[in-house]
Design a protein around this ligand. Structure first.
Ligand SMILES: Nc1ncnc2c1ncn2[C@@H]1O[C@H](COP(=O)(O)OP(=O)(O)OP(=O)(O)O)[C@@H](O)[C@H]1O
Ligand SMILES: Nc1nc2c(c(=O)[nH]1)N=C(CO)CN2
Length: 173
């Protein structure tokens, strides 16, 4: 059983519901259990900036799946929630990225773990720090807390002052 962290983001449609549906679908997978969900954050778009604000969360999962199979599952969920790929870094119904998978460094055609941009993305580091401040980024050997201290949290706001640590309270929002 491996612990992994996933980043989820949405800026099209009912964004809170898209995040909730994605977490439900992950948890419904036979080989995945969602063990923690961060608070929801409203985040300014990064990369392609002329688009709606995002809602972002990070989820901790325990899984028997390999990293590649976890990516298959994440992509299946993206597709079933109507994700279309149009603009690079552009608007999306739902995006699921694998941030960390155990303490593995993975480099394949389909997968780079740790996620290549996570160190510079406040919308990833703020929610990740909330649920896994001591987790170590294996490429740099720095903790998430250290990465966040370096990158800062500009453009990332707690959404509607909601704070919750449990999957159940997240799904009830
Ligand atoms: N750690 C990872 N998590 C998810 N996808 C990854 C990862 N590493 C590589 N990929 C690959 O990235 C491809 C493109 O993903 P996607 O379209 O979601 O990119 P994006 O969300 O627009 O940009 P970004 O990668 O910056 O988040 C996927 O098909 C997948 O094979
Ligand atoms: N705030 C924010 N900006 C983004 C996001 C995201 O989830 N949140 N995802 C992107 C592509 O992965 C590009 N830019």
């Amino acid at each position: 059983m491996v612990t992994a962290y996933l980043s989820l983001g949405s800026n099209i449609g009912d964004t809170k519901r898209n995040l909730q549906e994605a977490v439900k679908m992950l948890d419904a997978s036979p080989s995945i259990e969602v063990t923690k969900v961060s608070s929801i954050y409203e985040t300014d778009p990064v990369g392609f900036t002329d688009q709606q604000v995002f809602l972002n969360i990070v989820a901790e999962v325990k899984t028997e799946l390999s990293a590649e199979s976890l990516l298959d599952e994440a992509q299946r969920i993206e597709q079933s929630l109507g994700r279309e790929r149009k603009i690079h870094w552009g608007p999306r119904t739902i995006d699921l990225d694998i941030l960390l998978y155990h303490s593995d460094n993975i480099q394949s055609d389909r997968l780079t773990v740790p996620h290549p941009y996570m160190r510079e993305r406040s919308f990833v580091l703020v929610p990740l720090n909330e649920i896994a401040a001591e987790a170590v980024h294996p490429a740099s050997e720095k903790s998430v807390r250290e990465l966040l201290n370096h990158t800062g949290s500009e453009g990332v706001r707690l959404w509607k002052e909601t704070v919750h640590q449990h999957k159940e309270s997240f799904l009830a929002l």
